[in-house]
Write a protein that binds this ligand. Structure first.
Ligand code: UDP
Ligand code: MG
Length: 342
């Protein structure tokens, strides 16, 4: 199948916007408008990669339609819902800009802030993240759990992961290439950029409420993200288990000594069933926790060892000719498979 090239391949965009979206039909028309306006004010050509993370509503139709109308907009649909972090990764894989901006589809990240990100990039920073100084329209529970999580993460890991920073950021081509070379499956994108080094800067902004629709981050997805952050960037849980084991052994040793002394003092002592039962159940509890934590890491090893691609591409619009050289081999074959399926 020969697909006519609708974009001039020689023109590499200066800016790529990567927009993961999952059931955002209500927000998309507003996004198209606001992002379109922003692109007019940038100092170079820009492209937008709409990554459809398995939407079940009309998002796919809207986004693909936009890509058909406007050659600067591209549509990449994953074959199912792979999750926000993987959707970002898929977009990064095909983005060609000198700077790549990751932004949510719900306009909680105001497009105007991109000007500030770009200004910092021009000063020479390779990673410019937008830092929330306030968050509107979030539940108390979300704010509280988020702040708890970031404090915990900061204590547990030695990697610099800035607080109150989501995935809204601008990254230079150098950092994008470094990111593409990180094949890990359980991805915590903000941690991966923290790990990378480079010159990093923060731009403060006020995070707004969603323009439309509801959050797509269920409690389950949020817990998963938190686990990916902690287990992916820290071995503290493993160390904790070791200390727990040591503490319990020390306790058992002390108790053993106490029992010996007792039996020496009082020959008629009847060994208590209750204390035995307590010790036994306590120890098996510790055993289960330990196995569970170790299992968490082993599960991840299993996940990595399978060596599957991170995602599967379902369908693309406007990405046919442009992305060959940019994509990693795995992505390229996935793209070809997606094209053949059309
Ligand atoms: N999203 C996604 N896949 C998912 C969940 C969310 O691509 O499985 C997208 C979603 O459409 C949005 C962005 O990721 O553009 C952030 O999600 P959301 O706004 O629901 O999260 P919140 O801002 O509430 O934390
Ligand atoms: Mg949101």
């Amino acid at each position: 199948m020969i697909v006519p090239s609708r974009i001039t391949d020689s023109e590499t965009p200066r800016y790529s916007f990567v927009i993961p979206l999952f059931d955002e039909e209500l927000a998309l028309p507003i996004l198209f408008h606001r992002l379109g306006q922003l692109m007019e004010t940038l100092d170079g050509p820009a492209e937008v990669i709409l990554v459809d993370d398995g939407s079940r509503d009309r998002s796919g139709i809207l986004a693909a339609g936009k890509a058909k109308d406007d050659p600067r907009w591209r549509y990449l649909a994953l074959s199912r819902n792979f999750g926000h972090q993987i959707a970002i990764t898929a977009g990064m894989d095909v983005a060609r800009g000198e700077a790549v901006v990751v932004m949510d589809a719900d306009l909680q990240d105001p497009p105007e802030v991109v000007h500030d990100l770009v200004a910092k990039w021009r000063e020479g920073f390779e990673i410019v993240y937008a830092q929330r100084v306030s968050r509107a329209g979030e539940s108390r529970l979300k704010l509280w759990t988020a702040s708890l999580f970031y404090r915990l993460l900061a204590r547990l890991t030695r990697v610099e992961i800035p607080r109150n920073v989501g995935d809204f950021r601008l990254v230079d081509r150098k950092a994008v290439d470094a990111f593409k070379a990180m094949p890990e499956r359980d991805r915590f994108v903000r941690g991966m950029f923290g790990w990378m080094g480079f010159r990093q800067a923060a731009v403060p902004y006020h995070r707004l409420a969603r323009v439309a629709g509801e959050t797509k981050y269920s409690m389950r997805k949020m817990m998963r993200l938190a686990f990916d952050g902690i287990v992916g960037f820290s071995d503290a849980p493993l160390r904790l288990v070791l200390w727990l084991g040591l503490a319990v052994s020390a306790g058992a040793l002390g108790y053993g000594g106490w029992v010996v002394v007792l039996s020496l003092l009082d020959a008629t002592l009847v060994p208590g069933w209750a204390s035995l039962a307590v010790i036994l159940s306590f120890l098996s509890g510790i055993n289960l926790i330990t196995t569970g934590v170790v299992g968490l890491y082993v599960g991840r090893i299993h996940n990595e060892v399978k060596g599957r691609p991170l995602y599967v591409v379902g369908r693309t619009v406007n990405l046919d000719t442009a992305r060959r050289e940019a994509a990693t081999p795995v992505v390229e074959s996935a793209l070809r498979a997606g094209e053949a399926a059309r």
